[in-house]
Design a protein. Structure first.
Length: 97
């Protein structure tokens, strides 16, 4: 099985489970993982409407601006002045609830 360089989930697992019910909450925003070298990481985010977006540091997405991307997760500056942290979904564990 091929393993992702960052994010902790095997690439095949992410590809197979990113949009399957019961694997990640489909009605919530979820960080699927990060990819790329440390100085140019990209965040792969599944939006609550099902869209999969990829963004780099400084990009504006529907939620706000990506201000930090690391294997630990993503920090987004929200339009309301707050920030939020998205951590990679705990692959291999049951979804909450």
């Amino acid at each position: 099985m091929e393993t992702a360089a960052h994010g902790g989930a095997p690439n095949a697992f992410v590809a197979e489970n990113a949009t399957r019910r019961g694997v990640i909450p489909l009605d919530e925003v979820a960080l699927l993982g990060v990819a790329g070298p440390d100085d140019a990481m990209r965040a792969i985010i599944r939006m609550s409407d099902g869209d999969i977006i990829t963004g780099t540091l400084g990009d504006r997405i529907a939620l706000g601006e990506l201000v930090e991307i690391s294997p630990a997760g993503v920090v987004i500056d929200l339009a309301n002045g707050f920030a939020t942290f998205l951590r990679p979904y705990p692959w291999g564990q049951s979804p909450p609830g």
